[in-house]
Design a protein around this ligand. Structure first.
Ligand code: FMN
Length: 219
């Protein structure tokens, strides 16, 4: 059932894929972002959803110039600054990331800049609360393997993906002061989903996780 106080809720989905493979119309990360917003809309008709695809952004790595200590913005990357404003303005953030040995470079660039903006201030004053403090954040990972819960011989399991994709993202989110929403005690840094598309029917965990993050019941 729709909850009135959720009207106007802003959900930002970041697709971390950098996939420009010929013939690919929509990356898998983007498709998952769409399914996240579709599920959210079922419960909160008045929400505002947006997907940002990092593949389309020219982000640059942090140069540790420390100028963000005073400005809280990157001195050399306005593309990052525009995305950071969107993150500050959202109520709920979803980060959808493929396994890219370990995570896509542009997601690293985004996380490292947000981290330094917060860390430099926090280092001087440990009571400092960042501009994104407490924003509910969900992490959905996937990879090129089967994505089974338990690996086949020589295969890769969802737990392996958790270690290399979800957990490092979670560490950065902690420093940035975003509030990571766990799926359960075991999947405490978000979920890993099977590579199933809209046609095949997305992994049911996506819908369950979205509902948990939104704090709504299944309809
Ligand atoms: C640079 C790069 C490295 C990758 N490394 C891995 C890997 O180590 N393990 C894995 O399971 N998949 C790996 N993949 C495969 C992607 O995770 C997989 O193709 C995924 O479905 C891509 O999702 P996307 O369409 O959202 O980019 C890699 C892909 C790329 C481009």
């Amino acid at each position: 059932m729709e909850q009135p106080d959720n009207q106007g809720l802003r959900i930002l989905c970041i697709s971390a894929s950098n996939n420009f493979r010929p013939g690919i119309k929509e990356t898998y990360s983007y498709q998952i972002c769409k399914s996240v917003l579709d599920e959210a809309k079922k419960h909160i008709a008045g929400m505002e959803g947006e997907i940002v695809e990092l593949k389309n952004l020219d982000l640059s790595p942090c140069r540790d110039c420390v100028k963000c200590l005073s400005s809280r913005r990157c001195a050399t990357d306005d593309t990052f600054n525009r995305l950071y404003e969107k993150i500050i303005a959202c109520d709920i953030l979803f980060i959808v990331s493929p396994h890219y040995a370990p995570i896509p470079a542009k997601l690293c660039m985004l996380l490292e800049k947000m981290e330094e903006i917060t860390f430099y201030r926090w280092d001087k004053d440990t009571s400092y609360q960042s501009e994104v403090y407490g924003i509910k954040t969900a992490v959905i990972a996937h990879g090129g393997g089967s994505g089974n819960e338990v690996a086949q011989a020589d295969g890769i399991s969802q737990k392996d993906y958790k270690k290399v994709v979800n957990d490092p993202i979670a560490n950065a989110l902690h420093t940035i002061q975003l509030k990571l929403i766990p799926y359960d005690d075991e999947w405490n840094t978000g979920i890993v989903v099977k590579p199933e598309t809209a046609e095949q029917g997305f992994d049911k965990k996506i819908g369950q996780y979205v509902r948990q993050v939104l704090n709504v019941e299944a309809t």
